[in-house]
Design a protein around this ligand. Structure first.
Ligand SMILES: NC(=O)c1ccc[n+]([C@@H]2O[C@H](COP(=O)([O-])OP(=O)(O)OC[C@H]3O[C@@H](n4cnc5c(N)ncnc54)[C@H](O)[C@@H]3O)[C@@H](O)[C@H]2O)c1
Ligand SMILES: O=c1ccn([C@@H]2O[C@H](COP(=O)(O)OP(=O)(O)O[C@H]3O[C@H](CO)[C@H](O)[C@H](O)[C@H]3O)[C@@H](O)[C@H]2O)c(=O)[nH]1
Length: 337
């Protein structure tokens, strides 16, 4: 039984591939390297450089490697880019998955795990947000993922495929062994920006909005360590292998931290008092987004190991320091746009 990981050279996918290989699973990767890095993959894992929507490629890999499960990370992930280029997002998220599913059905793949996002909820009526909350995405990114969820449900029902949709909240941190982490140039994630400031690559970090109706006025997010997130995928795979019903699950810890608390955690672990500036709200930001994790915790055999925000921040920092050293210690991008 071999697992195909699409987008396995990306931030989350590379952690997934290491976790599967560490567990002795047979795994292969398809990635077009548009934002991924082949260097983050274990040498033992075959990498097919190509598009996850290339049906000939996928059908060939499924047949050659006797793929029975697919974990599908490949896609485009930047919310503001999706506002500028909606059709690009519907193509690379929704249409690519349609082609991938077509190849999976033809190849008799019986299990499918899909990377979705809390962005499908839009502005939630209640926090923590349960999976049954209304889905009202505010961006083409969120819509492209929601459309894919619906398509996957229909395809799986028609063809006897089991699936787990995982709606990630805010993914952060890096491999505790330092093998992989977030390396995307120009990434906009809060913790990434904060560790770039802590390593002197940025003069400051902007806090987008301090007048939200939250305890300290900044937005609140539920950060999940990338290693715990990939363990949820491994548990989802075991669940499907054990005959579990198809399901949609939130992936977070169910605990919110404000933007200011998060920046303070990075200041503490780095022991660097980098500058923090108060800036205007960022258009489209949701005030508070925290997962109701009841379903995840009850259905999957999942015990998170890195729930503490300082642990997440310290792993993100260690990874950023490594990247910075390897890039010759030179600032590689302008301070926040
Ligand atoms: N990072 C987050 O906070 C977050 C939150 C919610 C959901 N997600 C989802 O998780 C998945 C992985 O995100 P990530 O943060 O690791 O992003 P990433 O950009 O680091 O990884 C995406 C990977 O997919 C590859 N790729 C993109 N389009 C492809 C295609 N058509 N064919 C083959 N390969 C392709 C890229 O080269 C890259 O290696 C995405 O589907 C994303 O929407 C991420
Ligand atoms: O320099 C920064 C960067 C971020 N923020 C704030 O930090 C919070 C979190 O912002 P992120 O960009 O890190 O993440 P989002 O909550 O916007 O999440 C969106 O982007 C994520 C990846 O970045 C996931 O894709 C997620 O599903 C999607 O909803 C927001 O209030 C944002 O305004 C700042 O104040 N300053």
């Amino acid at each position: 039984m071999t697992v195909l990981v699409t987008g396995g050279a990306g931030y989350i996918g590379s952690h997934m591939v290491h976790a599967l290989a560490d567990a002795g699973e047979s795994v292969v990767v398809i990635d077009n390297l548009s934002t991924g890095f082949s260097a983050f993959l274990p040498e033992s894992v075959p990498l097919f450089i190509g598009d996850a929507g290339d049906e000939n490629l996928v059908e060939g890999v499924i047949a050659q490697h006797q793929i029975d499960s697919i974990i599908h990370f490949a896609g485009s992930v930047v919310v503001p880019d999706s506002m500028r280029d909606p059709l690009g997002y519907y193509r690379n998220n929704t249409m690519t998955t349609r082609s991938l599913l077509n190849a999976a059905v033809k190849g008799g793949v019986s299990r499918f795990i899909f990377s979705s996002t809390a962005a499908v909820y839009g502005n939630p009526d209640q926090v923590p947000v349960p999976e049954i909350a209304p889905t009202r995405p505010l961006s083409p990114y969120g819509s492209s993922k929601l459309m894919t969820e619906i398509m996957l449900h229909d395809v799986a029902s028609a063809h006897g495929m089991g699936y787990v949709v995982l709606r990630y909240f805010n993914v952060a941190g890096a491999d505790p062994q330092g093998r992989c982490g977030l390396a995307t140039v120009g990434a906009t994630h809060l913790l990434k920006i904060a560790v770039e400031a802590a390593t002197g690559q940025r003069a400051k970090i902007d806090v987008f909005g301090t007048d939200y109706p939250t305890p300290d006025g900044s937005c609140v997010r539920d950060f999940i360590h990338v290693s715990d997130l990939v363990e949820a995928h491994r548990s989802a795979l075991s669940y499907l292998r054990g005959g579990g019903q198809s399901v949609t699950l939130n992936c977070g810890y169910g605990r919110g931290y404000s933007v200011l608390e998060t920046i303070e955690a990075v200041r503490r672990v780095s022991m660097r008092n980098f500058a923090v500036a108060y800036a205007a709200r960022r258009p489209g930001d949701i005030t508070a987004m925290v997962a109701d994790t009841g379903r995840l915790r009850s259905l999957l055999d999942w015990t998170p190991r890195f729930e503490d925000l300082e642990t997440i921040a310290s792993h993100a920092l260690a990874w950023e320091e490594k990247l910075f050293r390897e890039r010759g210690g030179l600032p590689r991008q302008a301070e926040s746009a």
